[in-house]
Design a protein around this ligand. Sequence first.
Ligand code: COI
Length: 355
Amino acid sequence: MTQALDIQHTLTKKIKPDEDKLGFGIHFTDHMFILDYTADKGWHQPRIIPYQPIVLDPAAKVFHYGQTVFEGLKAYKTEDGRILLFRPEQNLQRLNRSNERLSIPYLDEELALDALKQLIVVDQDWIPSKAGTSLYIRPFIIATEALLGVAPSTRYQFMIIMSPVGPYYSEGVNPVKIFVESQYVRAVNGGVGEAKTAGNYAAGLKAQEGATDKGYSQVLWLDGVHRKYIEEVGSMNVFFKINGTVHTPALNGSILDGITRKSIIQLLKHWNIPVVERTISIEELYEHHAKGELEEAFGTGTAAVISPIGELNWQDQKISLNGGQTGELSTKLYQTLTGIQNGILPDPFNWMVEA
Ligand code: COI
């Protein structure tokens, strides 16, 4: 790091939660990282400080116009005590792609990676070790200029907070029931769908609430123009195994370029399992199901890793997938990916980075 990182250790360490009851994003570690941006100084004053509330002017642009981006990645502790991060450079590259879309200044990826590693080392006692747990890392940037004119902010803060987590869904790696959303959309091409920005998640809440009320865990998002083509599932990318070939929606501008998604594609290719990225309509998917060709479906993301889909409901037509059971491929992908991430399996692609 070219700028000296100031580390202020906390005087009072928090009591760590029980690893069996972590939940997701509930508990936070003892420290956090902050970096400021002003138009005259650029990004400056990197520091690790005790985890604490932040003070912002109520007119800060993030509150009014949603100028903010975030990332999510995980750290693991191996049996021999090493700390491993899964493809962190991919997250930082995507953070800058999101920055570009949201008119937020470019952040030096090397500086951010170094900050991330140092923060993890400071709070390494917080990395849980029980199977299925990890330390979830949330880097994010907010626009802090206190001004109500609609224009890019001249001040920002980049922060990193961390949370020891268990499974994202209470179902864990068991199949979830999915409601195919026909009224609301998550994003449209030309919008901010491929950026990791708060508005995409806020836009999804209404449909998510409706799905929950009907007894479903997540929604399957269709495209914003035709309400026909499959985009994402909940906050994850989605894959379908049809007749031995794995299909996933092609990145079209409104779909998030998931790091788990690209890792799954790489693994499938490595195993010589055919995989195609293309436009998939919900109608076509139901036709494959009717012919007995739809073998498995699953969502992929950092938080859940792999989340099998057991049931789909599209306009009151319910279909059960793989008898509502976790499929063979979903299981193999989950075990391989988490095995690599935990340092238990070999890492043929050099994905893991030591902190
Ligand atoms: C992910 O799984 O990568 C996510 O983005 C989920 C997060 C919003 C909790």
